[in-house]
Design a protein around this ligand. Structure first.
Ligand code: V55
Ligand code: FE
Length: 485
């Protein structure tokens, strides 16, 4: 008998999906623009087998990638597991062999030393390939057209780090990828490896430095001249793993650091700025004006991950987990290690920030987020994200005017991360579409919504109705038709 736990993480809309599928010509409604040519990729954690330890957190599920291919007003859907080493070992055994999230001490001895990655955090097209990413392991390469997995890559031996971030950035001016790995010399190490890769996908720079303390380095910022690393105290240790505690726990007594590395610099050039304790995970964008560096992130007063609890035992505080888009500014010309400013930009409780990626690393105007609008009714018990949130609203934030536009998805649905698609290669910033998965919690199906990015408040202009259920996903990206068959 194969049985998943009877718990909220594995039942209802969270029931493991565990399918692979092809749907040619998905049923659509409204307007799927004829000029929308390309593919939207996104990834969801989806446990292949019931957890070895009886329970598990959403972040530990096996990655499964969806591809929505848009062409000529039609949408074609493809969905495949990422064939990680873990996935293949467990498939061969017919059961889970790997234990808790980032705790190899809990694994079946049969898999000692194997790469534990799940490739469940980002699906990232680059250099003619699709990269399935998890921050604790190297990238898995997939075929952009077929989603066939090709296994882990170390970029021809050029990447010495054991890990690669799930949030690399592309510099739109140079086409290069800027990335890093943390715990780069092994689990729980403070070692960071910084990478640049040229547009062909070749590693052009690797340099090393150490963090002030080991923590979850989930995302970072890249400006034209600098890489920006926010060190926020979701911390981990061997003591925690030996005690069977979750890998990460939040420490409200630790300072937050912002590390600045000139993009053409060496690890020893990193300069650290400091601020008081707070929580921040994703980065909307960063840019520099001369030596002044602006870094935009949804910041909360306290921990946003209930499943990585307070290290001193404080109960999870939902009020203090409300994140608001905040601008952190530091000046490389200053003699102080303090921030110049830390300013709330937008009052909405938002996360999963995105932009028109053609403006990554640059001064920009348009930002998009998932918003948790607590003033709205919610009539679908169990429909919360892995962090307990109800992401019920898509919002646009205009940095030029400070105004917001938003669209609420109704009381029985929630939304997944938005992705911006320009209408044309030379379209103005923000002139494009938003694509995003909508969880229809009552019907247990998923729709892919399409918005005019300049008219979000009017609601979706079209939708592709899968008729089947995807699970809660993390991140996704668009590949233009020219990259595809
Ligand atoms: C995040 C997600 C992860 C993870 C670490 O903030 C951080 C998101 C889906 O896995 O391993
Ligand atoms: Fe992320």
């Amino acid at each position: 008998m194969l049985k998943f736990p009877d718990s909220p993480s594995f039942t209802g809309f969270n029931q493991p999906a565990r399918f692979e599928a092809d749907i040619a010509d998905v049923e659509t409604e409204g307007d799927i623009p004829e000029d929308l040519d390309g593919a939207f990729y996104r990834v969801q954690p989806d446990p292949q087998y019931p957890p070895l330890l009886g329970e598990d957190i959403a972040f530990n599920g096996d990655g499964a990638v969806s591809m929505f291919r848009f062409k000529g007003g039609r949408v074609h859907f493809k969905h495949r597991w990422v064939q990680t080493d873990k996935f293949k070992l467990e498939r061969a055994a017919g059961k889970a062999l790997f234990g808790a999230y980032r705790n190899p001490l809990t694994d079946d001895p049969a898999v000692k030393g194997k790469i534990r990655g799940t490739a469940n955090t980002n699906a990232f097209p680059f250099a003619g390939k699709l990269f399935a990413l998890k921050e604790d392991s190297p990238p898995v390469v997939m075929d952009l057209n077929t989603l066939e997995s090709k296994g882990y890559t170390d970029f021809g031996g050029k990447m010495k780090s054991q890990t690669f971030t799930a949030h690399p950035k592309i510099d739109p001016e140079t086409g290069e990828m800027v990335a890093f790995g943390y715990a780069a010399k092994g689990l729980l190490t403070k070692d960071m490896a910084y990478y640049t890769l040229n547009a062909k996908g070749e590693v052009t720079r690797e340099t090393w430095f150490e963090l002030p303390y080991y923590c979850m380095m989930h995302d970072f910022g890249v400006t034209r001249d600098y890489a920006v690393f926010h060190v926020v105290p979701s911390i981990g240790s061997w003591e925690r793993l030996e005690a069977g505690l979750p890998h990460f726990g939040f420490d409200t007594t630790k300072e937050v650091y912002l590390g600045i590395l000139p993009r053409d610099g060496e690890g020893r050039d990193v300069r650290w700025f400091k601020t008081g304790n707070c929580f921040a995970s994703h980065v909307m964008n960063a840019h520099n004006v001369g030596t002044k560096i602006h870094f935009d992130t949804p910041q909360a007063k306290n921990n946003m991950f209930p499943f990585f609890p307070d290290v001193h035992g404080a109960p999870f505080n939902m009020q203090e987990a409300h994140s608001r888009l905040t601008r952190w500014t530091v000046d490389m010309n200053s003699n102080s290690d303090s921030f110049e400013s830390q300013t709330t930009l937008c009052d909405l409780f938002g996360e999963f920030p995105r932009i028109d990626d053609r403006y990554a690393t640059q001064s920009y105007r348009h930002g998009y987020m998932l918003v948790m609008d607590m003033s709205k009714p919610f009539e679908a018990p169990g429909g919360r994200s892995g962090a307990g949130l109800i992401m019920n609203t898509l919002a646009h934030y205009d940095h030029a005017t400070g105004r917001t536009q938003s669209w609420w998805c109704g009381p029985t649905s929630t939304l997944q991360e938005p992705c911006f698609v320009p209408k044309r290669a030379n379209a103005a910033e923000g002139e494009g579409y938003i694509v995003q998965v909508c969880n229809r919690l009552d019907e247990r199906v998923s729709d892919l919504l399409v918005f005019d990015a300049e008219r979000i408040a009017e609601g979706p202009i079209g939708a592709a109705k899968l008729g089947v259920r995807l699970r809660f996903g993390l991140h996704g990206n668009w590949a233009p038709g020219a990259m595809l068959n």
